[in-house]
Design a binder for this molecule. Structure first.
Ligand SMILES: Cc1ncc(COP(=O)(O)O)c(C=O)c1O
Length: 393
């Protein structure tokens, strides 16, 4: 007897690899079709065959990618979590802030992706939000910063760009929830392969799908997931529809294809990143290697609890000779690609402060590395050759 695969019984890797495991009902194709239609036919009685009217609100290709990501993030949650794709990670992040109300107090990780900090600095005030940056790695600081009745959102990135500081998700949720504060976690760097924030109590999960989820450096997309389909979720969906923040169907299709290899890519990048961090942690040309997988990283113990199967593919190095020496190391690499962004198959290196601009708080001696899936020995040899020319501590 033909019995379809039970999605509840298989591992997330299996769901990802098989794109949820259902063939296209019309053709039997194992790869999903791409649905580019912008609009849907209305029936004589005024109804729509599947309830969809216009693609700015609903698109089956986006829905497929959303269901995949929800399965990966939602895990065993009853009924699964809700997921909405956006045109970029920034469109996803700002949709969360813009779904708040003027006067709401918002707590944000002090160390976080520069683009979010810049948007908050430029636009949150005019939107009427009261934004406060805090060290979310310091639980006393978080507890002291929460204003019961006024704080509506705690925004956390972990590991956080580009110092890879770790926030204890279960602990901050325990502080936030009794005060009625929603916890939103930017899970771009850990991905659901390593951390599923809902398991630690998070209310919202945000992704730049441009990074690991797609993984091939050829799609701009984002996502917001919610643990519950509550009025805030409906407001967020309404924002996406009415602000026009939906991604194109082609991007959504590429994204579902990228997610099929997510587990392989993230595990490989994590293994190589750990190998590189371990190999270079005492290199005489380096003042520090910042990687949560190293036992002397201040967040290592929490990361070991919160991240499963690896510590991610992102690390930073601080060059002992300072900003000038760091730029020379950057110029000397031959296998690493000099480029911004992260989470793709190619390994990337960048001078983070130069990328962020003059207002950046990032130290000038820091180079950010996004580890890809190349042969680890090639990356190690490349970095060793570039560092051997740099001055020693
Ligand atoms: C952690 C993190 N969140 C959000 C974003 C924004 O995503 P996007 O570039 O897709 O708009 C980025 C981009 O680098 C990121 O690294």
């Amino acid at each position: 007897m033909d019995r379809p695969m039970d999605r509840q019984e298989v591992a997330p890797e299996t769901l990802a690899a098989q794109g949820l495991g259902e063939a296209d009902p019309i053709s039997g194709g194992l790869a999903p079709v791409i649905n580019l239609s912008t609009n849907y036919e209305q029936q004589p009685d005024g109804s729509y065959r599947q309830g969809r009217v216009y693609t700015r609100a609903d698109n089956p290709t986006s829905e497929h990618a959303e269901q995949m990501l929800a399965a990966l993030e939602g895990g065993a949650l009853d009924g699964g979590c809700a997921c909405a794709l956006f045109g970029s990670g920034m469109a996803a992040a700002t949709a969360v802030f813009q779904s708040l109300l003027p006067g709401d107090h918002v707590l944000v990780s002090r160390v976080l992706y520069w683009g979010v900090r810049k948007w908050l600095a430029e636009f949150a005030l005019t939107w009427g939000l009261d934004v406060e940056f805090t060290d979310t790695g310091d639980l006393d600081a978080v507890a002291a910063a929460i204003r019961p009745g006024r704080t509506r959102l705690l925004w956390v990135e972990t590991p956080a760009n580009p110092m890879w500081e770790i926030t204890d998700l279960a602990a901050v949720c325990d502080l936030a929830h009794p005060a009625g504060v929603r916890v939103a976690v930017d899970n771009t760097v850990a991905t659901p392969v390593l951390t599923r924030p809902f398991e630690f109590g998070a209310d919202l999960v945000i992704h730049s799908a441009t990074k690991y989820l797609n993984g091939h450096g050829d799609v701009l997309a984002g996502a917001v997931l919610a643990a519950r389909r509550d009025p805030f979720w409906e407001r967020l969906r309404s924002w996406r529809r009415n602000a026009g923040a939906m991604p194109g169907a082609f991007e959504a299709w590429l994204l579902q294809r990228g997610m099929r290899t997510l587990f392989l890519r993230v595990h490989r990048a994590s293994q190589t990143a750990l190998e590189i961090a371990t190999r270079f942690q005492r290199h005489p040309a380096l003042a520090a290697v910042l990687y949560p997988g190293l036992p002397d990283h201040p967040g290592h113990e929490i990361a070991a609890r919160q991240m499963r199967g690896g510590f991610g593919g992102m690390l930073s190095i601080r060059v002992a000779g300072g900003a000038g020496a760091a730029r020379e190391v950057l110029a000397a690499v031959r296998v690493f690609k000099r480029a911004t962004s992260l989470g793709g198959v190619e390994s990337l290196i960048e001078h983070r402060r130069d990328s962020e601009g003059p207002s950046s708080p990032v130290p000038g001696d820091l180079l950010r590395l996004s580890i890809g899936i190349e042969a680890p020995a090639d990356l190690i040899a490349d970095l060793a050759a570039a560092l051997d020319k740099a001055p020693s501590r």
